[in-house]
Design a protein around this ligand. Structure first.
Ligand SMILES: Nc1ncnc2c1ncn2[C@@H]1O[C@H](COP(=O)(O)OP(=O)(O)OP(=O)(O)O)[C@@H](O)[C@H]1O
Ligand SMILES: [Mg+2]
Length: 283
């Protein structure tokens, strides 16, 4: 009997397409003692959009930071498992080296430099590049084409722009490193539904037109499963379920616990308890 999480589809994304990112059974410990990720595995196909879903504290941010090697700043460490980007081990690289290879994280809370203009913020995203000012200028124009709102605000200090514009600025800045893959942490956080939709539409466009693969962490299961093709549900540091986005959206337990949909035959508390027991089995 295996303890692996149930998969809702027979074909894992890795089997269907070339894999750009593979996380293999990683364990993460903070402060040498706090075990937060307990054997997380996931894959992102080249050109895919994959979501990591889960409630507060499930381990979504920790998973992204483990991939992008940003855990050291948090006194965190990957103590087991491996991370492969384009088939090569990257778990011992610095975050900058990983950016040079084409994988970059957009942090939770859309960290822009508040005292710099939108234009200057975008420019800071090009710091790992060596291909000259003309190419950088071309890419700035491209970013403004994808984010017309940023073009309007290009001379404004980022700190005075709206939350949605700051999120766009953070994604645009990441795009300036010419990434093959973006790790996007909680893009919907604190934003109005319409703005969230606008941002996810741009993510989809960047994915389709620029071929950027995305791994996004979201508490907002509903929107994430509309734009991602595949999802992993994390609970207390473990993947408890994964599957194609459509299959997850139709799954009764996902509907009940993550989409907030209660059908006519709303589950009784006893069912809920048995679900929790089942989850312990899965864990
Ligand atoms: N630097 C740290 N030191 C110790 N524990 C931490 C640290 N950062 C996170 N944790 C703990 O690790 C667990 C996972 O946190 P993480 O931030 O990865 O969750 P999350 O799924 O991103 O949650 P949220 O939706 O709130 O952003 C939580 O229990 C959290 O308290
Ligand atoms: Mg988080």
């Amino acid at each position: 009997m295996t303890t692996a999480a149930p998969s809702l589809s027979d074909v894992a994304p890795a089997a269907a397409a070339e894999t750009i990112l593979a996380v293999n059974n990683i364990e993460v410990v903070y402060d040498h003692v706090i075990l937060v990720l307990k054997g997380v595995s996931l894959t992102v196909p080249k050109g895919g959009i994959v979501a990591i879903l889960g409630a507060n504290g499930a381990g979504k941010t920790t998973t992204l930071k483990a991939i992008s090697n940003l855990l050291h700043a948090e006194r965190g460490e990957v103590t087991k498992g491996t991370v492969e980007f384009e088939g090569q081990r990257v778990d011992k690289l610095t975050p900058n080296d990983l950016v040079r290879r084409g994988c970059i994280q957009v942090m939770e809370g859309r960290h822009c430099f508040g005292h710099l203009t939108i234009d200057e913020n975008l420019l800071t995203g090009a710091f790992t590049r060596r291909d000259g000012n003309a190419a950088i200028k071309r890419d700035m124009d491209m970013i403004y084409d994808y984010f017309p709102r940023l073009r309007q605000r290009k001379g404004s200090m980022a700190g005075y722009t709206s939350g949605g514009e700051q999120q766009m600025c953070a994604i645009g800045r990441a795009m300036m490193s010419r990434p093959k893959m973006i790790l996007l942490d909680e893009p919907s956080m604190g934003l109005a539904p319409q703005v969230v939709e606008e941002i996810f539409e741009i993510v989809r466009t960047l994915n389709e037109k620029e071929g950027v693969s995305f791994l996004l962490a979201e508490q907002n299961t509903n929107i994430a499963l509309r734009y991602a093709t595949y999802g992993y549900i994390l609970e207390t540091g473990r993947v408890v379920m994964d599957g194609a986005a459509d299959a997850l959206r139709e799954n009764e337990d996902v509907k009940e616990f993550y989409l907030g949909v209660a059908g006519a035959d709303r589950k009784s508390f006893r069912d809920v308890k048995s679900y929790k027991r089942r989850k312990r089995w899965l864990a």
